[in-house]
Write a protein that binds this ligand. Structure first.
Ligand code: ARG
Length: 581
């Protein structure tokens, strides 16, 4: 149980005593430590409901709350209930955490299945840095959800069936370089696609050929199907390599093509149930008028007021669309995987698409907690969309290579004590960690500026700073002449820096569920920075190796717990910790 939960349940009991009926308490970490560690506005909320004096009610509640040995309490302002945890309670809590592999994290996801839809690049189209956000955020959310007890299904819904295949098929048959394909399949397919795309712009005959290739593919032509399958296979192999570097994995790769066979029946069902109707030959889902216009995804505001903005699920030519596939995907995930929640980690521009399919799925009776976890863009240091020197979008592979090269240069300079192999491994861990942390420490909805020097700085709000902090703590234990067992350590906290460190260590299990409330890994990232800073202040103010027992063991135990929380927390962001650096 976290300290927050502990206080919350004590307050609930007090409320029940005072009110004579069960009542849930509100409790949050205090925004300002001068008032205490935790704060509740329950007295004010209840007083408002009962139209009584909040301060008088607060006093009654405080008199009833049993917090001896845990905290002191006082009433502030109009009726805030403020609690300050006692140093000995923090010490006892830290001792418990040292014996707990979960480090105090609760399991709010127990019994729930969540499908996380993330990364999902499109085969043979360039995978740009925008996809990096989805991949990194999605992977971290999977790790956190799994740790908090959810049954997590990570699904890479790749775009492996689209109109781009007309061009790829034509390009494959005319301009493919087989050696290049073997060396770097993703780049070669992108090159082929771009070439045909450009040619088709100048020459309508090329476009017609591409369309004919696509029609043949969709009709099941064996030659085209075989080429298509080969494209998918080599692309997947190329993607696996990138995911390997990033240490990201999926439980399934059910791309768009997987749902092909289900689409005709789905449209038929929508028509039959009156969920969709024909309009100019296409089949569309329209507004049902149940929602206020502002909230209705099937309406849009134009000069003349609100007009229809339907989701097309079958085109007049019989073709199916992104929305059709996504509806089939929803049914599959709910019926086959028993999904209670589905999280889509996809950029902001697709917001309308998701609002429409969530609404259509709900009308269709597919009940599930759907979340579109949107994010903004990555900008270059000039604050424009990030481009390479030649003006292209920056590819993920180049970006990751550069991250590792830059980290290697820094490590080479600062860590001459490492062997070349060790230095190379550390450079990988630091470079990739820096890119991930730069992403995860941002509010996902804001655009962020990709700045190499800032994200790799050893002093700053960076992964290398956290990794270095961890290394520094581990090095304390290497300097120890006797074995130290944290399990049996007794803690005594007296210096304010010690108390503050213990306070933050206790918060780990409280921060994690907050991350999942609004799918914001930046809360964890920022917590870890705060923890590392608290550690450094502690380490500066409180001698560890030079102190005498029992203080030495107590402080070593704080060090041990700090390193465990840092390592676990970084791990939940998908970032590894080197032993030395
Ligand atoms: N392939 C899409 C893109 O790159 C993202 C797919 C997201 N997932 C989904 N179920 N729609 O834009």
């Amino acid at each position: 149980m976290t300290l927050l939960q502990n206080l919350e349940s004590r307050l609930s009991r007090a409320l029940e005593n005072v009110l004579g009926e069960p009542c849930a308490a509100n409790m949050t970490p205090a925004a300002d430590l001068r008032f205490g560690d935790y704060q509740s506005n329950s007295a004010m909320v209840l007083a408002k409901k009962q139209k009584t004096n909040p301060r008088a009610l607060a006093e009654q509640i405080m008199a009833a709350v049993e917090i001896d040995g845990l905290a002191t309490a006082k009433i502030d302002g109009p009726g805030f209930l403020n609690f300050t945890i006692l140093p000995e309670a923090y010490a006892a809590h830290a001792e418990r955490l040292l014996g707990d592999p979960r480090l105090g994290a609760p399991e709010p996801g127990k019994g729930k299945t969540v499908v996380v839809d993330f990364s999902a690049p499109n085969v043979a189209k360039p995978m740009h840095v925008g996809h990096i956000r989805s991949t990194i955020i999605g992977d971290s959310l999977c790790r956190i959800a799994r740790f908090l007890g959810f049954e997590v299904i990570a699904d890479n819904h790749i775009g492996d069936w689209g109109t781009q295949f007309g061009m790829i098929l034509h390009g494959w048959k005319t301009t493919l370089d087989h050696t290049a394909l073997e060396a770097d399949p993703i780049s070669e397919l992108v090159r082929v696609y771009r070439g045909v795309n450009a040619a088709a712009k100048d020459d309508p005959a090329v476009l017609e050929t591409c369309k004919a290739e696509l029609v043949k593919l969709q009709a099941g032509d064996p030659e085209n199907l075989a080429i298509w399958q080969q494209c998918i296979d080599v692309s997947k192999a190329g993607l696996q390599k990138i995911y390997g570097i990033l240490d990201v994995s999926f439980d399934h790769w059910l791309g768009e093509s997987f749902y092909n066979g289900m689409l005709p029946g789905l449209v038929y069902e929508f028509l039959e149930k009156g969920l969709a109707r024909e309009s100019d030959g296409a089949v569309c889902v329209f507004s049902d008028g149940a929602k206020p216009a502002e909230q209705d995804p099937f309406l849009v505001h134009k000069e003349n007021g609100w007009t229809d903005n339907p989701a097309i699920i079958r085109k007049a030519d019989g073709g199916f669309l992104y929305a059709t596939t996504d509806l089939a995907t929803i049914r599959y995930r709910i019926e086959e995987w028993n999904a209670d929640e589905i999280w889509y980690v996809v950029g902001m521009p697709q917001q309308l698409h998701f609002r429409q399919i969530f609404e259509a799925a709900a009308r269709w009776g597919k009940t599930c907690d759907f979340r579109h976890i949107a994010f903004g863009s990555i900008l270059g240091e000039d604050r424009k969309m990030m481009k390479t020197r030649s003006g292209d979008n920056v590819g993920l592979v180049e970006l990751l290579d550069e991250a590792r090269a830059r980290a290697a240069a820094i490590i080479g300079e600062k860590s001459a004590h490492l062997s070349p192999e060790e230095a190379a491994e550390v450079a990988d861990i630091v470079g990739i960690g820096a890119v991930k942390f730069a992403e995860l420490s941002q509010n996902r909805l804001t655009d962020y500026v990709f700045a190499w020097d800032r994200m790799l700085a050893l002093q700053g709000d960076t992964a290398p700073y956290l990794q270095y902090s961890h290394v520094r703590i581990r090095s304390i234990f290497r300097k120890l002449d006797a074995d130290f067992s944290a399990k049996d350590a007794k803690l005594t906290l007296s210096a304010p820096e010690e108390i503050h460190l213990a306070r933050l260590l206790a918060r780990f299990g409280e921060v994690l569920p907050l991350v999942l409330e609004d799918h914001r890994p930046n809360l964890l990232a920022n917590y870890l920075l705060e923890l590392a800073r608290a550690f450094h202040s502690f380490f500066e103010a409180c001698p560890v190796l030079k102190s005498v027992e029992p203080m030495k063991s107590s402080r070593l135990a704080l060090c041990e717990l700090s390193s465990r929380v840092l390592e676990k927390g970084l791990g939940l962001l998908g970032i590894r910790c080197p032993e030395r650096m």
